[in-house]
Design a protein around this ligand. Structure first.
Ligand SMILES: Cc1ncc(COP(=O)(O)O)c(C=O)c1O
Length: 368
């Protein structure tokens, strides 16, 4: 048996909804995009939202909306996908890495404190692996240091901390709808804010510096960060399936917990009290991660490591001339631990009972 790391759950229903774009002859951003944004705002409770081509560009837009200036520093967890930090560079800022905690790899504010300086403009909590950072503490920290907050909730649609949806604590926040996210539009993103001025700025930035399409007068500098109704059609169907996706992902997580917690060498990723968890991936932490992953691959189970620490990424070597301490491994023990010990198990909604049983059997055999 071969088990993939991830498969998006798309099919006949999404196909039918896309067909509507052709029968109604509207393929660019239009009625379906408008409805998709409306439903996303209903779900999250955010006041304003705009679509973006993907999560990375959504972060870029969010950073522009908080008026990031060249050279401004943004505190970004060392343990996240590259896009969280490359978008900071794209917006003219400097990503400064902070460590994460060892239980669930959300940002660590004690580490953040060490990097505060007069150039620090913003902090970016990244809600990693489908659960959330302690946003009440992040907001307090941001207030103390006069920082803007940009939540990277790429992996956290549907997730709450203390009854507030991810992305509704910060000044501007983003979600991604890439194929492996909880809901997908193939590629896609959303930027949300509760601030009308920032929303207006986002509208100009994403639509060629104007609010209305069809006009050739552009009051502001802006670009094209639109999505299409073809993608929004997929998103609408996916949103309709969200409850089923959450239920299935949680069943998968419980299955792994029940079977694998009997193996004393395995530790699990654990969310904070008060935070939901819609497992973006089910993560386990083991001492011999590399060996176990090799064994699983040989048995045709596709596994992934956890994120590679950003401070070690070759592309960020240039930071040595700007803020050398952000490349010093001494500052990131937990992020390094995550990479060295973490394994992402297959955990997508259409994973069958037989596949789940097979993945667990392979792991059990390794430890026998
Ligand atoms: C935490 C995080 N931030 C940002 C992104 C970037 O999103 P996208 O792939 O839609 O550009 C991702 C995508 O995997 C992510 O996981």
């Amino acid at each position: 048996m071969k088990v993939n790391q991830f498969k998006p759950w798309v099919g006949e229903e999404e196909y039918k909804e896309i067909e509507g774009c052709f029968t109604e002859n509207w393929i660019t951003e239009g009625p379906k995009s408008k409805e998709f944004v409306k439903q996303l705002l209903d779900l999250t409770g955010a006041k304003y939202g705009v679509l973006a081509p993907n999560g990375t560009l959504a972060i870029y837009l969010a950073l522009r909306a908080i008026d990031l200036k060249p050279g401004d520093q943004v505190l970004v967890p060392d343990f996240t996908f590259l896009g969280s930090a490359s978008a900071v560079e794209m917006a003219g800022g400097v990503p400064v890495f902070i460590d994460v905690n060892k239980e669930n790899f959300q940002l660590d504010l004690d580490s953040a404190e060490k990097f505060i300086n007069p150039k620090t403009k913003a902090i970016m909590p990244v809600h990693i692996y489908g659960t959330m950072a302690k946003m009440d503490e992040v907001m307090e920290f941001a207030k103390k240091h006069n920082l803007s907050v940009v939540e990277d909730a790429a992996q956290a649609i549907g997730v709450h901390y203390k009854d507030k949806h991810a992305g509704t604590y910060g000044d501007v926040s983003i979600f991604s709808f890439f194929a492996d996210k909880t809901i997908t539009t193939a590629e896609g993103g959303l930027v949300v804010t509760n601030d009308k001025k920032k929303y207006e700025k986002l509208l100009y930035l994403r639509n060629q510096g104007r609010i209305e399409r069809g006009s050739f007068i552009h009051p502001e500098i802006g670009y094209n960060f639109r999505m299409t109704d073809l993608q929004a059609a997929v998103g609408l169907v996916q949103l309709g399936k969200l409850d089923q996706i959450i239920e299935r992902k949680n069943k998968i997580k419980d299955y792994y917990f029940n079977r694998l917690s009997k193996i004393k060498e395995i530790n699990f990723f654990k969310p904070f009290d008060g935070a939901d968890w819609i497992p973006f991936r089910v993560g386990i932490l083991v001492e011999e991660a590399e060996k176990l992953m090799k064994y699983m691959s040989e048995n045709e189970v596709e596994v992934r490591t956890f994120f590679y620490p950003l401070h070690k990424q070759p592309c960020f070597k240039y930071l040595k001339d700007i803020i050398p301490e952000t490349l010093d491994s001494k500052n990131y023990p937990n992020s390094i631990y995550g990479y060295e010990y973490g394994i992402c198990l297959p955990s997508f909604p259409t994973l069958s009972e037989e596949e789940l049983d097979y993945v667990c059997t392979v792991i059990e055999k390794y430890y026998e």
